[in-house]
Write a protein that binds this ligand. Sequence first.
Ligand code: ARG
Ligand code: ZN
Length: 881
Amino acid sequence: MTLVSETTPIRLRDYRPPAWSVEAIELEIDLGIDSTEVSSRLTLRNDPQQSTPLRLDGEGLELLAISLDGRKLEAHGYRYEQGVLEVHGAHDGSVLETRVRVRPAANTALEGLYLSGSREHGFLLTQCEAEGFRHISFFPDRPDVLARYTVTLRADRERFPVLLAGGNPAGSGDLPDGRHWARFIDPHPKPCYLFALVAGRLENIQRDYLTTDGRKVKLVIWSEANVIDCCHYALDALERSMRWDERSYGRSFDLDVFHVVATHDFNMGAMENKGLNIFNAKYLLADPDTSTDDEYRAVEAVVAHEYFHNWTGNRVTCRDWFQLSLKEGLTVFREQQFSADMNSASLKRIEDVALLRRTQFPEDAGPLAHPVRPAEYREINNFYTATVYEKGSELVRMVAGRLGQEGFRRGMDLYFERHDGQAATIEDFLSALGDANHIDLAAYLTWYSQAGTPRLHAKGEYDAARHEYTLSLSQQTRPTPGEPDKKPLPIPVKLSLFGRDGQLLPLHTDGEAQGDGAEKVIVLDRATQRFVFKQVASSPVPSLLRGFSAPVVLEYNYTPDELALLLTHDADGFNRWEAGQQLAMLAFDTLRDGDDSVACRAWCKALAALFEQDAMDNALLADLLTPPGEIEFADRQSEVDPARIHAQRETMQHRLAEQIGIDALLARYRALAADAGEPRLDAGSQARRRLKRCVLELLALIDAEQANTLAARQYSTASGMTDRLAALSVLVRRRAPQAASALAHFRERYADNPLALDKWFTVQAQVPDEPALAVVRKLESDPAFTLKNPNRARSLLGAFASTNPSGFHRADGAAYPYLAERLVQLDALNPQIAARLATAFNGWQRLEPLRRHAAQQALESLARHEGLSPNLSEIVGNVLK
Ligand code: ARG
Ligand code: ZN
C-alpha cells in the first residue's frame, strides 16, 4: 500500500551530461538576518550537442531582477516555476544576471542560508550539500557543473564583523552607513554544493602551517566567543590530519587559508565546503568538562574526515549524487586509517565494525535497504546513510586489501592524476585503482550495485590421514526491495588456523591465496568454492574473516569451546573481540530456550579468566566484556520482542558479573578509581575510564546498593565528563535513589552548555523498558527542549526512538503514535531531521504481532497525513513497503 504522494524518482540510468554549465560565477551578497539579497552573474557554456533551453534550479527565491547579456529580460523572456528558472535566448558564452531575496531567519530547514542562534547574537551561515545552493541563487545545482567563484559579501560591520567565504581572501574595506565588504576568490573550480559563507560575531584561534610543497597556510577555527577555548583540540587534530594526508597519500592543502566554523544549529555532523568547513559544534568543541573520551575521538575523526574531503570530494568530486559513496565511502575509509594510526588500530576496528552492525546491517536487512550506489532516489538527503558511508568504506577497504598498501597508493595516485578537477564515477575510481596495478577490479562493482548483507557460510573438514583441511565456502544474499535475485560477490576471507592448543598453524595452499606464514586471504568469488590447506598437523580451529575482511555475516558452526579458544589465544585484539562477540551470540541463542547454556558458561568463564590477567589491555578488556547490543541481537531474530532481548542480554551480563565475582569487580573498580585528579587524555587514562565504567555496570547487576553508592560518589567527584556521565548513566538506568539529585545537579550545572545538556536529555531517554516514554514526555516540557534545534531533537527523540529498543518498542505500542505525532511537527520545521528520525521505524515488520500492528497503524496514519515533506514521505513510504 502507498498512500504517500508518488513523485517520479531520479534514476542513475537517466544520467545525461549537463546541456548548460557555468564557467564562472560572481556573487554579491548583501547580508541581513531577515532579508538577504543575492546578485549573481553567471558566464554560461552550452554543449553544442544539446539544444535544450537554459534551465536553472532555484527554490523559494524572490526574483528581483534578471538580465541576459546586459539586457533586462521582459516577462516573456523567462519563466520561474516549481523550482526551475527557464531562460530563452541564451547561447554559449552568455552572461545571466539575477538578483534575488532570501529570508535567513525564516529558514528552519537549515538548508541554504540560515541563522544560527538568536536574532540578537546569532550568525548567518550556509549549508548547500546536497541541493541547498538553489535556495540561495539560481544555478545548475548538480555536482558535475564546476565553476570558478568570486564572492563579495556586504553587511553591517557592527552586527557582522566577520565575513567569510571559501577561497583566498581578495580584498575588504569599508562602505558608507557603517557597512563593510570582503571578497574571496576560489581558484579551484567547484560544484555549487561546496559553496559556503559565514557572517557574524565570531572569535578565532589560528596557526600557521607549512605544507610539504612549501605553501604557507593559515589555519583558523571560528566559534562564538564563549566556546573559543574549546577549539584547541580541533586545531591540533586538523594539523595532524594535514600532516597525515601528506605522508600517507602525498596530498597537501591548496589554498592560503583554511577556515573551520562551529555552529550549534546543523543538520548533519559537518560539511567540507572548500576552504570553509562548517561543523556541528558537537564535532568540533572539545573540553574535559563537556566532552567524553568518545567525543574527543569523534572530534578528531570528523575534523580529519572533512579535511580529507579536500582531495576526495572537492578536488575530485562526484559526477552525480548516485556516486555519493565515491567521496563518502572513500573519505570514511581514509579517516578510519588515520584514526587507526593516531590511536589503537584494533580498538578503532572494533568500534567501526560494531557501528556497521548496529546501523548498517539493520538498514540492509529491512525495507530501506539500498545499494552503496543506489539506482534511484526521490530525495537525495535521505541517502546520506550508513550504507553509503560505512558499507561504502568497507568496500574501499576490501579493494585496498586486495591491492596491498603500495598498490593502493599507486592506484590512488593514478586516480588523482586522472580525475583532478573532475566529477568522477565509481567506475572511474575502480578503473584507476585496477589500471595502476594491472588488475581488473570490475567484479567489485557488484558490491556497489547490490543491496543486502551477504551471508558467508563456511564449513571445515579435516582429513587426518592426509593432513589436509578443506574449507568449503558458500555465499547467499537474501532478496531486498526490488532486487529478488542476487549475484555472487568477490568476498575476501582473511584467515588463520589454530591448533587445539591455541598455537597458530603455518598455512600451505596451492597458491590461490595471498599472504604469508600463518595468515592468508582467499577470495570466494562464486556461489560456492572449496579451499584445501596442506600439511595441517591436527584438526584446526579456523579464525575466519580476520579484521572483518568483508562486510558479511559469517555462518560457521563453532562450538563454544572453539570460540573460547580464539577469544583466549588470538594475538590480534580485533579477532579476539570478534570471537567473544560470536560466543556471546551463541550464548544468547541458546539461553533463549532455557535458563542456562554451555555457550553462556563458556563465554563467562573465558572472560572471567581474561579479567584476571594482568597483561590485558584495559580498553580491550572493556570491549570484550561488552556483549553485542540489543539491536545486533534483534537483527538475528525472525520475530523480535525487544523487551525480551533487553532482559536476556542483561541476564548474560548478570551471569558474567557473577562469574567474575563481587570481590574481583570491587577490587578492580577501586584500583581504577584510585587514579583521580586532572582528567588526562592519553590512551592509558581513557582506557582506565572505559574499563571503570564497564566494571561499575557489571557490579550494578549483582550489588545494586554498593554500585549506586560508588556511582553517586563517582558522579560528585568526577573530574571530567567521561566519569561524570558514566556514573549518571548507571544511576539513571538502574533507577537508583541517588539519580534524581544527580540529574538535578547536572541540569543546573550545565544550564548554559547545550552540548552537555544534550547528554542530560539522552541519558534519560535511554532508560530501559516501560518508564522511558513517560520520561521522554516529561522532558519535552523542560524549557530547554525544542524541536527547532537538531541536536536537541536528536538528543531526546532520536536517542529514545533509535537507541533505546526496549523503551521505544513498548508492549502497548504507545510510543509509535507518539513519535509519529512529533515527526509531523518536526517535518513542518525541518524535513531532513524528521525523515532521519523516522528511520527508527525500520524493522517494524519483524516485531512480534502486537507491536507490529501498532507500528503499522502509526505509520499508515502518518502516511495519510496531508502535506508531509518529500523527505519524510519517501522514508515513510519505503518503510511501509
Ligand atoms: N558531506 C558531509 C560529510 O562530510 C555531509 C553533508 C550532508 N548534508 C546533507 N544535508 N545531506 O559527510
Ligand atoms: Zn563526508
